[in-house]
Design a protein around this ligand. Structure first.
Ligand code: AMP
Ligand code: GLY
Length: 428
């Protein structure tokens, strides 16, 4: 098969590396791709959000399947456009992708179908939102832009002033543009967070191995929210009993609800969960693989990703057996100095090859460019250094050993990825 993967970050690199293992795959393409991906797949300079350009590329390359990885082309309807031309695609159509594209939609869905989530209200004018905040008077309060905002549209306000500022900036100030014209204000939940990605063809849902993201920029979960600074899998806070409860109360009810709404979801549905004292609740849905969760989940897949993608797209996921390796995986993101605010680009990198130079370690490129035999930084999150191991301590040791060999000016990474997970393991 010839496969085109749409996107160009660490997640897409991880998808491509796993697809490259499949005996069914002859040729891999990626658009736009990046420096590291270009070693595995032929890359084309077409933006992920260029719907017409991507469809034209898929036609020109006569691919057998397109894998659409990022949220924005899914929400914009790339899968709809590909299917309309008779091209097989992995990913939800735009009607289903709204589960991530609009928080107001997903909250309404959960309320209607009794899926556990934080209590909330939706607002489109700031005066009513402020009146609601004053009436509630409980902090922290959680304020979310309705639409896509690069993972930055969630504000945890510690007091009234912060909350009112966040609401006014989003609704009146145009922060996040159209995405922030509507806001969701919700109850603050506590408990360990767990990411569960799942394969679903709309009929059945098969959870992948669980993982834990580290969203804050600095050690000890301090600093600004980022797209994700590192991950571990499996997540030790996610016990078998919790997994069973999530299947019964969250995963199945969600895919059934989407089907009942005429929005059958096919693709990877990501459940961002919090294990609260009152049981697991949904923090967010994503209509796609998480980044950097994918980097630690897919290396543990014991099977053929191409076969799974085809089965999902064809609506026959029940025919495929999906197994996981009994190992652990850790990913440490190396970011540009200054990320998630402004940062320089084009800095030469040194000290690595794709293998990571440490047993069991490898590098997923996120924001790199390859020119004249050298790698240069080209984004905020530059690379994810990933390693597998028999258990979590080994995976972490290997990942950090590989990180220490790689350098570029201003490089920033967290030194405590997996620390909370290790503490949870010790409690067991
Ligand atoms: P999201 O982009 O929706 O995943 O939110 C980003 C982060 O904000 C989550 O990973 C949580 O850590 C935090 N968060 C979101 N909603 C809530 C909530 N209702 N209560 C507590 N923390 C939350
Ligand atoms: N790592 C969280 C996300 O992909 O949204």
């Amino acid at each position: 098969m010839k496969i085109l993967v749409v996107g160009g970050g660490g997640r897409e690199h991880a998808i491509i590396m796993k697809l490259a293992e499949s005996p069914k795959v002859d040729k891999l393409y990626c658009a736009p791709g990046n420096g590291g991906i270009s070693r595995y797949a032929e890359c084309f300079d077409v933006k992920a959000t260029d719907i017409e350009g991507q469809v034209a590329l898929a036609q020109r390359l006569a691919v057998d399947m397109v894998v659409v990885a990022p949220d924005d082309p899914l929400v914009l309807g790339l899968v709809d456009a590909l299917n309309a031309k008779g091209i097989k695609a992995f990913g939800p159509d735009s009607k289903a992708a709204v589960i991530e594209g609009s928080k107001a939609f997903s909250k309404e869905l959960m309320k209607k179908y009794g899926i556990p989530t934080a209590a909330y209200e939706t607002f489109t004018d700031s005066e009513s939102a402020v009146a609601y905040l004053k009436g509630q008077n409980t902090y922290p309060a959680v304020i979310k832009a309705d639409g896509l905002a690069l993972g930055k549209g969630v504000i945890i306000a510690q007091n009234e002033e912060e909350a009112v500022t966040a609401v006014r900036e989003m609704i009146d100030g145009g922060k996040f543009g159209k995405s922030g014209a509507k806001v969701v204000i919700e109850e603050f939940l506590t408990g360990p967070e767990v990411s569960v990605l799942s394969f679903t063809d709309g009929n059945i849902v098969v959870p992948m191995i669980s993982s834990m993201d580290h969203k804050r920029a600095l050690d000890n979960d301090e600093g600004l929210n980022t797209g994700g600074m590192g991950t571990v899998a499996p997540n030790p806070c996610y016990t078998k009993a919790l997994a069973d409860e999530c299947m019964e109360k969250i995963f199945l009810p969600t895919i059934n609800a989407m089907k009942a709404e005429g929005r059958t979801f096919k693709g990877c549905l990501y459940f961002g969960l919090m294990m609260t004292p009152k049981g697991p609740k949904v923090i967010e849905y994503n209509c796609r693989f998480g980044d950097p969760e994918t980097q630690v989940v897919l290396p543990l897949l014991d099977g053929d990703l191409c076969e799974i993608f085809e089965a999902v797209a064809d609506g026959r996921l029940a025919d495929v057996e999906i197994k996981w390796k009994n190992e652990s995986c850790a990913c440490v993101v190396m970011a540009s100095g200054g990320y998630p605010l402004s940062y320089p680009k084009g800095i030469e990198m040194s000290g690595f090859d794709d293998k990571g130079q440490v047993e069991g370690a490898f590098v997923h490129h996120a924001g790199t460019k390859y020119e004249n035999g050298k790698f240069f930084t080209s984004g905020g999150r530059v690379i994810g250094v990933t390693a597998t191991g028999a258990a979590l301590p080994e995976a972490l040791d290997r990942a950090y050993a590989a990180v220490k060999k790689i350098s570029f000016e201003g490089a920033h990474y967290r030194t405590d990825i997996g620390k909370r997970a290790l503490a949870a393991l010790e409690q067991k």
